[in-house]
Design a binder for this molecule. Structure first.
Ligand code: NAD
Length: 440
């Protein structure tokens, strides 16, 4: 099938390459000419495991091309996927839909044949309905473009695998033709028995924000328990393990620590709450404000713990932050909890060095005031406190004996509760973590 994928960021670039991998003829479109040049040359504009090889394969097959020209896209696609960003509006909790609208406004006048426009971006409920009338207004007379929503659930760090082998496919459609078209797009996944949920567009849009709200709530729940554990001198990791054995609860997403960030969860729960408010259903999701607040509080709790460990004053303290990205196996630093803590420590007077195996360049761009690098020993040289804030597997492999010889004082905050504390303590480190009592 001839597909276009409009918006080639973390979601769209991977979607485009995966669609080419399963045999479609794909044109990727973006307004960012530098990104299009990189993708066309096989240079991934971001780090995502497996993506570089997939991109190379798809380009070599001749089934994947890129352009900045929406006119070319209009002529190419039987199906147009919208994958542009939907960030938080400045000065509001709501989603900023200007990029989605710009795609529709740019594409519709150039359409010359019936097609299906399929949104994958995360949007407020009601967007499909709104865009349907917008396209009908802008498309040339007699050209019918149907709009459907097909939310994306991929996780950065696993994006290629999640796209090729999704847990489920959800489509919000208003006609049998649209349903059949999407079943043809995803035929290899359906042949592999991937659950396929066909529903109306409003429900499809809501599935995505409901899923993210649930995940965010689970993380904030365990972080709330960590706060109580701190007050009661109890151990949140043991508590989470014990809870997780209950199959109705499950252990996943019960890792207490610095909380969630990134380009999706924080802005998605805020946009959901704002949209529910508009619909008169605000009280139903008022708990999401608490989820957000608990999440933000873990950042200030971590800064406070750092200050306490350094004797109450951060001025000129040499501090090393391990991790800049919002999660491991990605170079994405959008709303990264690790960087937020690093920036706050710096603001309070500390001399901060940030280490990240993949995200140092993007971290430097976002926070030019911070030293960011990829060499761990240089980053830790002379540190009086090391904070482990992004759960890269590299950090679990660090030899605490060796690192103790590089730092000035072997003090560690494990903001992800992921390092082997006993081994670090045996190597002479003072180790603290949120929700963990001091060892007796
Ligand atoms: P991103 O910022 O990495 O990519 C967005 C891309 O859209 C950019 O390359 C930008 O240049 C491009 N763009 C903006 N306006 C455009 C236009 N008018 N025409 C063509 N291209 C345009 O964002 P992302 O992380 O890929 O997220 C995109 C959407 O997918 C968001 O709604 C997000 O919530 C959702 N989503 C993201 C993920 C994820 O893990 N990143 C997962 C699921 C859903």
């Amino acid at each position: 099938m001839r597909l276009t994928v409009i918006g080639t960021g973390y979601l769209g670039a991977v979607h485009a390459a995966c669609m080419a991998e399963i045999g479609h003829d794909v044109l990727g479109v973006d307004v960012d000419a530098a990104k299009i040049a990189d993708l066309s040359a096989g240079r991934p504009p971001f780090y995502e495991p497996g993506f570089e090889d997939l991109l190379a394969r798809s380009l070599a097959s001749g089934r994947l091309r890129f352009t900045t020209d929406l006119r070319e896209a209009a002529a190419h696609g039987e199906v147009h996927f919208i994958c542009v960003g939907t960030p938080q509006q400045a000065g509001s909790q709501a989603a900023d839909l200007r990029y989605v609208d710009a795609v529709v406004d740019g594409l519709a006048p150039h359409l010359s044949a019936p097609c299906l426009v399929v949104g994958k971006s995360t949007v407020p409920v009601g967007t499909t309905v709104r865009l349907t009338s917008r396209i009908a207004r802008l498309a040339p007379p007699g050209v019918r473009a149907e709009v459907a929503w097909n939310p994306e659930f991929l996780r950065e760090g696993f994006a290629v695998d999640d796209t090729l082998r999704p847990d489920r496919i959800v489509t919000g459609v208003t006609s049998t033709e649209a349903d059949e078209t999407l079943r043809r797009v995803y035929a290899p996944m359906l042949a592999a028995d991937t659950p396929y949920i066909r529903t109306d567009p409003n429900t499809a849009e809501l599935v995505k924000v409901a899923a993210n709200s649930f995940l965010a709530t689970k993380i904030s729940f365990i972080n709330a328990m960590a706060e109580v554990c701190d007050a009661a001198e109890a151990d949140v990791v043991t508590l989470a393990d014990a809870l997780g054995h209950d199959t109705r609860i499950g252990r996943q997403f019960l890792n207490a620590g610095l909380g969630f960030g990134g380009g999706c969860l924080p802005k998605d729960i805020r946009a959901f709450a704002a949209r529910a408010q508009e619909l008169g259903a605000g009280p139903a999701v008022a708990f999401l404000d608490q989820v957000d607040e608990i999440n933000q509080r873990q950042r200030s709790r971590t800064v406070l713990l750092a200050r306490r460990m350094l004797g109450g004053d951060l001025t000129d303290a040499r501090v090393t932050v391990l991790g800049a990205t919002f999660k491991p196996n990605s170079d994405d630093v959008r709303d990264s909890p690790a960087l937020a803590v690093a920036a706050e420590l710096h603001r309070q007077g500390a001399q901060v060095r940030v280490h990240d195996p993949e995200g140092a360049a993007k971290a430097s761009l976002a926070h030019p005031e911070l030293w960011c690098g990829e060499d761990l020993l240089t980053a830790c040289q002379g540190a009086e406190l090391v904070l482990h804030l992004t759960e890269w597997s590299h950090y679990r492999e660090v030899d605490p004996d060796k690192l103790a010889r590089v730092v000035r004082t072997p003090r560690l905050i494990d903001g992800r509760n992921a390092l082997p504390h006993d081994e670090w303590r045996a190597a002479g480190w003072t180790v603290k973590a949120l929700g963990r009592p001091a060892p007796s």
